[in-house]
Design a protein around this ligand. Structure first.
Ligand SMILES: Nc1nc2c(c(=O)[nH]1)N[C@H]1C(S)=C(S)[C@@H](COP(=O)(O)OP(=O)(O)OC[C@H]3O[C@@H](n4cnc5c(N)ncnc54)[C@H](O)[C@@H]3O)O[C@H]1N2
Ligand code: MOO
Ligand code: MG
Length: 621
């Protein structure tokens, strides 16, 4: 959030100073990153970008043009601020400045020093020329990104001041008096909503089995209403009506081969070629009589009189017209049989046949069938609207500066893409901090737009794990379960509630990234499939053979693995993607199945290589 409410876009120029980037020997990562990042930091528009070598005159030339002619509000330079003999960006900047703004350079220095002592050799200069604010930033992508994050909250206000916009300046002062700037630079703990002593020391939620949990979520998932879609937009939907064919397919006797339409009773021997029928042509003036034949293409209508087609390979050319363009006579080498290589009308689909039943999943073949029978509007079940929300004080967006104690939010990306990969449209409901007010605000917004809300984090035993309380107390939710006997995913939570008289389903998935993906596969996807009309919504489960021994956990484990088929063996072999650590996404990369491993007992501590287990398919194979 910026300190100003400035509606005007801050016209910004980004100047990369680097010999190597200028010569094309290196990619201008920092410049490109700033171009993408700055419009997200405050209301800015990138009006100019350029790359120049470490040359004092070249740098000054661009700075002067951007300040004096283009009258930009803000110029950011990246690169050339170190101590090598070629680093001259501060010198080039200093000469053209009318006034220095050392506070911003100092802020960047102080904060950078907390990250690395090497920051002290950077010689950043900040200042003003006319109405343009010029900031030198380091040349490294990380350095320029971090420095921008340190000063971003002051920039809109400085631009307001340069433009003497007194109304906005006053507004900013009021803002600064009443609010602390959340993002600068360390996060403060949010006020605790539950005192530690209030929190039960044992979870009140019974540990239920995965099968029970799946049964509960599916029981609560109702099939959605239907809608009419253009058939080409219906890929991946489930059909809510029966489709019959109004026509015979093919509608006429059609040739199966490229060859000649003949009378079978003529047997083998010489035929006069009296015409030809390409596909798409209606041969109403062509007749095949005894001793004659008509050249015909695959898919073309067989002319009357003919009762067989002889493929061209079973013929010889006897005579052509003088110019060689036309066939006049051929020899049929093998005697044809009645009906040979002719598809009678309705032989593929008979008029009135049901070609698709209600409940069919519309894939490429089904859409092709709709096209074949000319059904261009279809009734399908609606797909659920889904919102994905991350929760946690520690989370920053992947493109944000990583403040001390924070991590980047990966769950939203994983969960959104998992669902999108399966053909669902997903609304990004943002990141909620772990306090009652923000969770209520973000969930409300999510309920406005979605039937199903998938959140991650805040469901275990921490004093800030308050998701269940928020859902119960502020939305009157029923928590159906709050713990499942499985690894990963023990604190998986499922709730239903009424919001503006509509039923909403909430999946409170665990915050650990692997747990969130695994539980989304096992509980969320089946529910979404049931809501959109699938008769068999659970994930496909198959038998697989372990490629190596596996050690069992105390909880039934859904262990990530990759399947491989060997020619000689119909049962695929499963190779673990590594010891399952629920915080470590690397322990599930390239997994396409989850091995269902039984819990460890005294008599069974591990499974041997070659042993068969069930595996849930989680990705295309
Ligand atoms: N005393 C107990 N502590 C924990 C238990 C328990 O039974 N007793 N269960 C553990 C298990 S198992 C899991 S799984 C986690 C689940 O925790 P929460 O769902 O409450 O999630 P958080 O505490 O918010 O976060 C856990 C972990 O995941 C990281 N995280 C959270 N959100 C994201 C995100 N969007 N992207 C990336 N990483 C994320 C977070 O920083 C934490 O490291 O609880 C155990 N504790
Ligand atoms: O159940 Mo948690 O999901 O193991 O890490
Ligand atoms: Mg927690």
């Amino acid at each position: 959030m910026s300190a100003s409410n400035n509606e005007r876009l801050i016209q910004t120029g980004i100047l990369t100073v680097s010999d190597r980037c200028f010569k094309g020997q290196a990619v201008d990562k920092s410049g490109h990153n700033l171009q993408a990042m700055v419009p997200n930091l405050f209301k800015a528009e990138i009006t100019a970008t350029q790359c120049v070598p470490d040359d004092i005159n070249k740098i000054q030339e661009v700075l002067l043009h951007w300040c004096d002619n283009m009258k930009l509000d803000l110029v950011l330079t990246t690169g050339g601020t170190g101590c090598t003999p070629r680093d001259v960006t501060p010198e080039a900047t200093k000469v053209i400045l009318e006034r220095e703004a050392p506070g911003m350079a100092t802020a960047m220095m102080i904060e950078s020093l907390k990250i690395t002592p090497l920051a002290m050799i950077s010689r950043l200069i900040c200042g003003i020329r006319g109405k343009t604010l010029i900031l030198n930033l380091p040349g490294s992508t990380n350095g320029s990104k971090q420095c921008m994050a340190f000063v971003k909250s002051a920039i809109p206000h400085a631009v307001d001041q340069l433009n003497a916009d007194t109304e906005k300046i006053d507004e900013t002062h009021r803002f600064l008096r009443h609010a602390s700037c959340k993002t600068y630079p360390k996060k403060k703990h949010e006020e605790m909503t539950v005192t530690v002593s209030d929190k039960p020391r044992q979870s009140p939620y019974p540990l239920i089995s995965v099968a029970e949990a799946q049964a509960v979520v599916l029981k609560e998932a109702d099939c959605l209403q239907t809608q009419i879609l253009d058939f080409e937009e219906a890929l991946g939907y489930v059909l809510a009506e029966e489709i019959t064919s109004a026509d015979n397919i093919p509608p006429f006797p059609a040739s199966v081969k490229d060859g000649y339409a003949v009378l079978s009773s003529d047997g083998a021997g010489i035929r006069k070629v009296v015409g030809d029928v390409p596909a798409g042509f209606w041969p109403d003036d062509l007749i095949v009589n005894s001793g004659s034949c008509i050249r015909i293409n695959t898919g073309a209508a067989v002319p009357s009189g003919a009762d067989a087609v002889v493929q061209v390979e079973d013929t010889e050319l006897l005579e052509t017209s003088e110019d060689g363009q036309k066939e006049l006579k051929i020899t049929i080498l093998k005697p044809p049989t009645v009906g040979q290589d002719i598809r009678p009308p309705g032989s593929d689909v008979k008029q009135g046949t049901v070609v698709l039943s209600s409940g069919s999943n519309l894939g490429p073949a089904e859409l092709g069938l709709l096209a074949t029978v000319g059904t261009t509007k279809v009734s399908v079940y609606c797909k659920p609207r889904i919102a994905v929300l991350s929760t946690g004080n520690e989370l920053v967006r992947p493109d944000e500066f990583l403040q001390p104690g924070c991590i980047r939010d990966s769950n939203k990306t994983s969960l959104k893409s998992l669902l999108q990969h399966r053909g669902f449209t997903v609304v990004d409901a943002g990141i909620a901090i772990d306090n009652h007010e923000d969770l209520v605000k973000k969930f409300k917004k999510a309920f406005e737009v979605a039937d199903v809300v998938v959140s991650s984090g805040g469901v275990s035993m921490g004093e800030r794990d308050i998701l269940k309380q928020v859902l119960e107390n502020s939305f009157g939710a029923k928590i159906h379960f709050g713990r499942v006997f499985m690894k990963p995913g023990k604190p998986t939570t499922f709730a239903t509630l009424q919001f503006k008289s509509k039923k909403k389903l909430v999946f409170g998935l665990p915050g650990n990234p692997v747990s969130a993906i695994v539980t989304c596969n096992l509980y969320v996807l089946p529910v979404l499939r049931k809501m959109m009309g699938f008769h068999r919504p659970l994930n496909t489960t198959i038998k697989v053979k372990l490629a190596h021994p596996v050690t069992l956990d105390l909880r039934p484990e859904y262990h990530c693995a990759t399947l491989k088929w060997e020619l000689e063996n119909p049962v695929p072999s499963a190779t673990s993607t590594g010891k399952l650590i629920s915080s470590r996404l690397l322990s599930m990369t390239s997994a396409n199945c989850l091995l269902i491993l039984p819990p460890r007992t005294n008599s069974l501590e591990m499974l041997d290589k070659g042993q068969q287990v069930d595996a849930v398919i989680i990705d295309w194979i």
